[in-house]
Design a protein around this ligand. Structure first.
Ligand SMILES: Cc1cc2nc3c(=O)[nH]c(=O)nc-3n(C[C@H](O)[C@H](O)[C@H](O)COP(=O)(O)OP(=O)(O)OC[C@H]3O[C@@H](n4cnc5c(N)ncnc54)[C@H](O)[C@@H]3O)c2cc1C
Length: 430
């Protein structure tokens, strides 16, 4: 019912010249902690947040959430006189026999060689922005992405040349949308995750037959629905899909950067006075949509969703719901025009892909002979997740990356962690 780990507001001016070399994120209100957000009603109640605190923090450039966490790490490196290079692309590992001894990088068309006395740690995230890799390795057709444009799969190429194994656990198909005109970086469209918005009251998600297929307020349920393939037609049963909202939703709740009560940008989706007209404009089956909405509206009276259990998971209620909405924070009828539909797009990984380099407990990259590659470590999203079966656990990728970076550092420094052998010896788990 909260965050496992939260960065306290970080005063970015203490970074000196690095204050302006580090980024804030277009995805999060970077001057708010999760406590600030949830104690004032969560994403649904954005209009009730404490904007005085936000304004003061922004004026002082105090960073919270991901941008705050990243800034703490930059400060940690600066305080230890660890050189940092921007605009420098790691291109290739330098090998001495089967041992990794350095990196070849390129800085503004100039080659730069870095010698590694203890080892190289690869932490260049995943391959999400590279469409062909998302297709072939992530098995996703035409996905969009909300991560930075530089996330291009360098780890697979670099570690692959050193003989590292690639492994895959299930990817997490997220859904997203693009508000026209918004850019992630110059010339790169900004894709926003639909997750916090599609589970709010007065909205639901339907396929082209106008049918719901998941608990819209719980990403794992959406994932399994999205992945379903109709064997007879060899097509995705539930993709493409749309989020459908009514006037009440637009009056009360934000949708990405479109604030409550603000007019929906015309190119973002479709607006119609009736559900029939909405179906006609989107191509969704009208009878199916009407039937679904009538059934769903009936469920809203008791606040119970017998089909998909919307509103029954604490995670969905907190992250994608309105705690002030009774009796169910995720359910409210869709019965007041005008109505809105926004086509949702499949997003590669959502910042957390299912594939990467296989590593051992010291985060050493593993070769195809199942032996660690000398001098090569891997962390963050570059290392494959190992949580197989029921999809990734929300919100722990950063904790995983931090822990793995620490374990890699310990091993490279000649002080490998003995926690895992100790835990195994204790017999508490296998
Ligand atoms: C909107 C959003 C919300 C999220 N919320 C959470 C959350 O609540 N909790 C959580 O734990 N996780 C969350 N995540 C996921 C988390 O942010 C990522 O999993 C994490 O940042 C990955 O860390 P990383 O170090 O592997 O990669 P990144 O943080 O992406 O860093 C990789 C760096 O490598 C650089 N790079 C790439 N290629 C090269 C190259 N060839 N040479 C040099 N540099 C290169 C990139 O520019 C980048 O700076 C969220 C992600 C998003 C997008």
């Amino acid at each position: 019912e909260g965050r496992c780990l939260e960065a306290a507001p970080f005063p970015a001016e203490t970074l000196g010249e690095w204050q302006h070399k580090t980024r804030v994120s277009p995805h999060v209100p970077y001057a708010m902690t999760h406590d600030d957000i949830f104690s004032n009603g969560g994403m649904a109640n954005m209009v009730n947040w404490d904007y005085t605190i936000m304004g003061e923090r922004m004026a002082k450039d105090e960073r919270c959430a991901g941008p705050g966490l990243a800034a703490y790490f930059v400060k940690g490196a600066l305080d230890r006189n660890i050189p940092l290079h921007t605009n420098t692309s790691a291109e290739e590992l330098v090998m001495d026999g089967d041992c990794v001894v350095g990196v070849r990088a390129v800085h503004r068309e100039r080659e730069l060689f870095v010698k590694a006395n203890r080892g190289v740690v690869i932490g260049v995230s995943s391959f999400e922005r590279k469409k062909e890799l998302s297709r072939r390795i992530g098995a996703m057709l035409d996905p969009v992405s909300m991560v930075m444009d530089s996330i291009q799969g360098t780890h697979l190429r670099m570690a692959g040349e050193a003989g590292a194994q690639i492994a895959r656990v299930p990817d997490v198909s997220m859904l997203g949308f693009h508000v026209p005109g918004e850019e992630q970086e110059e010339g790169v469209p900004l894709w926003r995750g639909a997750l916090p918005f599609m589970g709010m009251p007065h909205s639901l998600v339907v396929n082209s037959r106008g049918q719901r297929f998941a608990n819209e307020a719980f990403y794992r349920s959406v994932y399994f629905g999205l992945e379903e393939i109709d064997a007879m037609t060899q097509t995705y049963k539930n993709y493409p899909c749309w989020v459908v909202m009514d006037h009440q939703s637009r009056q009360k709740y934000p949708f990405g950067s479109v604030m409550p009560g603000e007019r929906m940008p015309a190119e973002l989706g479709v607006t119609a006075d009736t559900l029939e007209e909405l179906a006609e404009k989107t191509g969704i089956d009208a009878a199916g949509l009407l039937n679904t909405v009538t059934t769903y509206n009936g469920y809203c009276e008791a606040g119970e969703d017998p089909d998909f259990k919307r509103g029954t998971f604490p995670w969905g209620a907190m992250m994608a719901g309105d705690p002030n909405h009774k009796p169910n924070p995720n359910m409210g009828p869709i019965n007041q025009g005008p109505y809105y539909a926004v086509r949702l797009h499949r997003m590669a990984g959502g910042g957390i892909t299912g594939s990467g380099i296989l590593a051992d407990q010291h985060c050493r990259a593993m070769g195809w002979d199942n032996q660690p590659i000398n001098g090569l470590y891997v962390t963050g999203n570059s290392q494959v997740r190992i949580d197989n079966g029921a999809l990734m656990q929300s919100g722990i990728t950063n904790a995983r990356g931090i822990t793995h970076g620490y374990l890699a550092g310990r091993h490279a420094a000649g002080k490998p962690s003995d926690l895992l052998p100790k835990a195994l010896a204790s017999g508490d788990f296998e």
